[in-house]
Structures are given as structure tokens and as C-alpha cells.
Design a protein around this ligand. Structure first.
Ligand code: FAD
Length: 464
């Protein structure tokens, strides 16, 4: 791979003979890029290498954010500026835990910052979860967004009902994509194979099951408004779920009050043009998924709420159940981080890297969903990344972290060569990016993503 000229200039010493801080960020997602941005601002001339397991950058901004939310993806312009800074180098197609070890990184760099996110799903842990067509929301998101390992997802959209467990924004994203007009989705960067499957979909009703009530719902007002405005879809609530809710309005925070008022208002509304239905259901927990060849229905436990603080009330199962159709069942109860290497101190209960205000060990830090847990949005992840970068800068200045020159990438390069790893530079990514955008122009969309890793590597290697 080609290195920028001033990289060699800066390799060990700055002009005033200070040692160059060599920093390795693991994961080219939101936390990784924002931390790098802040580190460039606060340190004089650091050398920051961002290693990323995929040949393409941007993590969940590329593979999570819904295709019909292009405005959210504008953050990639900021990330691109960071990557183009001479102090920063993107090293794609390099996976921590497989291609390189944490020890190798810690030996080669003064600071290692782990930001490899949350790439697994939490499980429902109920009977029937392994039936065909029970598919985690994370995998459906990956399918329509072109995650390489979800491109061949075996999803059957020939039934009329999809039942989603969980009421967060990811659950709403999946519901909206299943219920949207395909003509609208065509203009987005959704993958062509997903578009084709969705154009043949027979799904008419999407249930959104929550354990607790309308006051505890996890979706936000923007996402709810989008559902209510879907042209060919009617949102149908169960009036009995809202008994007594309006009495609490006066005591709610402004934000909570607005979303509750919107739900109450839409109770009365009905979209007469609609041929599809979005049906949120509260106070229900999935107990069992039932089917022969594939999932057919779900047995739901009926809950009551207990606890003083109305917003923090807990769902408690009553001894009553009911059944609901589910031709497709979609658990959407959260993402989960992984311990990619046994040397990484990991809190398995919370599913995060063990840390004390982002510090893991001397010279080792964590940020983003890997450190905070899989909660919050790009803005909150940015805030966390900035804080962690400030901590790193403080520690560099006060704890003598940069006491002797270190080799950085030069020290791990040979390992990667020996393992035959094709390291992807930012210039390589730009070729893939151009290829995707050119393909998108032909299809009348912003881009058509390359979903095959070998193909990404071929394009990167080509003389396009
Ligand atoms: P990530 O963005 O996941 O970055 C982690 C990176 O690490 C990835 O690139 C991954 O490939 C890489 N990696 C993983 N393992 C390794 C390894 N072993 N070695 C090297 N690299 C590795 N927020 C909003 O503000 N608006 C939205 O509309 C929105 N929609 C969302 C939709 C979905 C489905 C999801 C799941 C989240 C959404 N979010 C949204 C939240 C937002 O995406 C996150 O807050 C943010 O991306 C988390 O950033 P991160 O850096 O912690 O993780």
C-alpha cells in the first residue's frame, strides 16, 4: 500500500524532536472516526491508524442506519475529512483477533483505542427461536443494507404477518422498511436484491410487541411520525392499552408528553387509503414461537406493570396468554458486543469491555457501543468518543504514555504480509466508493453497495 510522504517524515520524531504518539483505533465506525477527529485537534502531530475488519469504512452508519434516512448518513462527509487528514491512515480488511492480536497492537503503538462496536444480537431465549423465518432484526437490517454475511439471508416474505418483538428504533426501522412502498425505497441505497424481494412481499400487517406500556415505549417521536405518515399504511393501536394514560400527561417530561400525545391523537385516526397495517401492541412478552416447518404463531404472555416510578415500572407476567399470527418473527431486543480476544477484559453480563471511564489498562481504551453498551445514537456516540479522546490526551500528557519511539504500522505490517492480508487503504476505498456510486447512477439511486468481500478486494486492486 502507498504511504503518504509526510508519514515517513513523521515516522518517529516531529521537527522539535518530540516523539510522535502512535495511536491505533480498532473499528472504523462512528466512535473511531470521532475519536480520531478529536485526537488530531488536541495532539500536535499524532500518527493515527484505524484498523477495520471490513474493506469498507463507516460501521453502522453504512450497515445500520436505514436506507430511507440519507440525511443521517451525511456524517460520512465528516469521517472522510478525518480519513484524508495526513495524520490518519485507514487500514481496512484487518481484523483484530484474527489478523492481528491485541498484544501486537499494544507493542506497536503507544495507545490502542477499541471501538469495534456491537455486532451480535441479544436472544429472546424462548422455545421455537430456532424455527425457520425467526430472524433477528440485526440480520434483516444487514440484509437490506448489504452486510456481506447477511446478503444471502433466507427470509420468506410470502406470509401476511410479520411480528416484531421490541419497540426500539431498530424495530421501527424494520417495520417501516417492510411496510414502505417499494417505489419510495427504489430511490435509496437499499440493496437491489432486498428491493426485489420486498417488491414481491405479501406482508400486510406488522405487529410491534412491547413488554410494557405506551409511557415506557422506546421508539422516538421522529420514528413514530414517519410510521404515521407512511402513505399506504394505517397505524392501528389497541385502545385498551391506553386506558388511564392521559391522566399522566401533566406529569411527563416535555419529550415524553409530546410522543404520548401523538399516540393518543393517532388512536382516532385512520388512513382509508391504506392496504397495509402497523399494529403496536403493549403489555405482552413472547413466551414461545410455534410452527412446524417454519414459524406460524407466537404465544404471548400478558403483563401488568409494577413499581412506583411510572416511567421505570417493570413488566410482570400474569398467568394469562394469547396467540398471535407470525409468518415472520423478528426479535429486536438489542445488539451485543463480543470479546474478540480472550486478553480483552470483558464484562459478559453487561456485554461491554470492562472500563473505568473508558480506561481499560495503561495505554488501552474503549469507546462507542463497545464501552457504553449498544445504546444511543450517533450524537451520543460522538460525545463519548470526544470524551475518550480527551482522556487519552490527558493521559499522554500526564502518564508518560509516549516515553519511547514505537514502530506503529511498520511493526505489524510483516504479520499481515505473512498472513496474506490485502490491506485496504483509503485510496482503495475511494475506488470501491466510486464503483458503488457509478452503479447507483445507472439504477437511479445514490449507490448500489458491493456486498461481496472478494469483489470489494478485486475492485480495490483494479486500475479503475
Ligand atoms: P460501529 O458503528 O458498529 O463501528 C464499529 C466498527 O468496528 C465497524 O466498522 C466494524 O466493522 C468494526 N469491527 C468490528 N469488529 C472488528 C474487529 N475484530 N477488528 C476490526 N474492526 C472491527 N443513530 C442515529 O443517530 N440515527 C439513526 O438513524 C440510527 N440508526 C441506527 C440503525 C440501526 C439498525 C442501528 C443498529 C443503530 C442505529 N443508530 C442510529 C445508532 C448508531 O449507528 C450508533 O450509535 C453508532 O454507529 C455506534 O458506533 P460505534 O463506533 O460504537 O460502532
Amino acid at each position: 500500500m502507498t504511504l503518504r510522504p509526510n508519514y515517513f517524515l513523521n515516522k518517529f520524531f516531529t521537527t522539535n524532536a518530540q516523539i510522535i504518539p502512535k495511536i491505533c483505533i480498532v473499528g472504523a465506525g462512528t466512535a473511531g472516526f470521532y475519536a480520531a477527529q478529536q485526537l488530531i485537534k488536541k495532539l500536535k502531530t499524532p500518527q493515527i491508524d484505524i484498523i477495520e475488519k471490513l474493506p469498507v469504512p463507516f460501521g453502522l452508519v453504512r450497515f445500520g442506519v436505514a436506507p430511507d434516512h440519507p440525511e443521517v448518513k451525511n456524517v460520512v462527509n465528516t469521517f472522510t475529512k478525518v480519513a484524508e487528514n495526513p495524520c490518519v491512515r485507514f487500514l481496512g480488511n484487518v481484523k483484530l483477533g484474527t489478523d492481528v492480536t491485541l498484544k501486537q497492537l499494544r507493542d506497536a503503538y503507544h495507545v490502542v483505542l477499541l471501538t469495534y462496536g456491537a455486532n451480535e444480537s441479544k436472544k429472546l431465549d424462548i422455545p421455537g427461536e430456532n424455527l425457520k423465518n425467526v430472524i433477528e432484526a440485526r440480520r434483516i437490517v444487514g440484509w437490506y443494507n448489504g452486510t456481506p454475511w447477511d446478503k444471502d439471508l433466507d427470509i420468506d416474505l410470502s406470509g401476511e404477518t410479520a411480528t416484531i418483538f421490541g419497540q426500539g428504533n431498530v424495530a421501527i426501522d424494520v417495520a417501516r422498511i417492510l411496510l414502505s412502498d417499494v417505489d419510495e425505497l427504489k430511490k435509496t441505497d437499499i440493496t437491489e436484491y432486498a428491493l426485489e424481494a420486498l417488491s414481491k412481499s405479501k406482508i400486510k400487517t406488522v405487529y410491534l410487541i412491547g413488554r410494557r406500556g405506551p409511557l415506557q415505549a422506546a421508539f422516538t417521536i421522529k420514528e413514530l411520525r414517519e410510521m404515521l405518515k407512511l402513505p399506504s399504511c394505517s397505524t392501528i393501536w389497541r385502545p385498551e392499552d391506553f386506558v388511564g394514560i392521559s391522566e399522566h400527561l401533566a406529569n411527563l417530561s416535555r419529550q415524553k408528553k409530546r410522543i404520548t400525545e401523538l399516540m393518543l391523537k393517532s388512536l382516532e385516526e385512520n388512513n382509508t387509503q391504506a392496504n397495509k397495517e402497523f399494529k403496536p401492541i403493549f403489555f405482552r412478552s413472547p413466551l414461545e414461537l410455534v410452527g412446524t416447518d417454519k414459524v406460524e404463531k407466537v404465544i404471548l404472555g400478558i403483563n401488568k406493570l409494577e413499581g412506583e416510578d411510572i416511567l421505570k415500572q417493570k413488566a410482570v407476567l400474569l398467568d394469562k396468554t394469547e396467540e398471535l399470527n407470525a409468518d415472520l418473527a423478528i426479535p429486536s431486543i438489542g445488539y451485543r458486543s463480543m470479546q474478540v480476544e480472550s486478553s480483552i477484559p470483558f464484562d459478559f453480563k453487561r456485554g461491554v469491555v470492562q472500563n473505568n471511564k473508558s480506561r481499560v489498562d495503561k495505554g488501552l481504551y474503549v469507546s462507542g457501543w463497545l464501552g457504553t453498551g449498544p445504546i444511543g445514537v450517533i450524537l451520543s456516540t460522538m460525545g463519548n468518543a470526544f470524551e475518550v479522546a480527551d482522556t487519552i490526551v490527558n493521559d499522554i500528557n500526564s502518564e508518560n504514555l509516549v516515553d519511547k519511539p514505537k514502530g506503529g504500522y511498520e511493526d505489524i505490517k510483516n504479520t499481515l504480509i505473512e498472513k496474506n492480508i490485502q490491506v485496504i487503504s483509503w485510496q482503495h476505498w475511494e475506488k470501491i466508493d466510486k464503483y458503488e456510486q457509478d452503479k447507483g447512477v445507472k439504477l437511479g439511486k445514490p449507490r448500489e453497495k458491493v456486498v461481496d468481500i472478494d469483489k470489494m478486494l478485486r475492485i480495490a486492486d483494479s486500475s479503475l
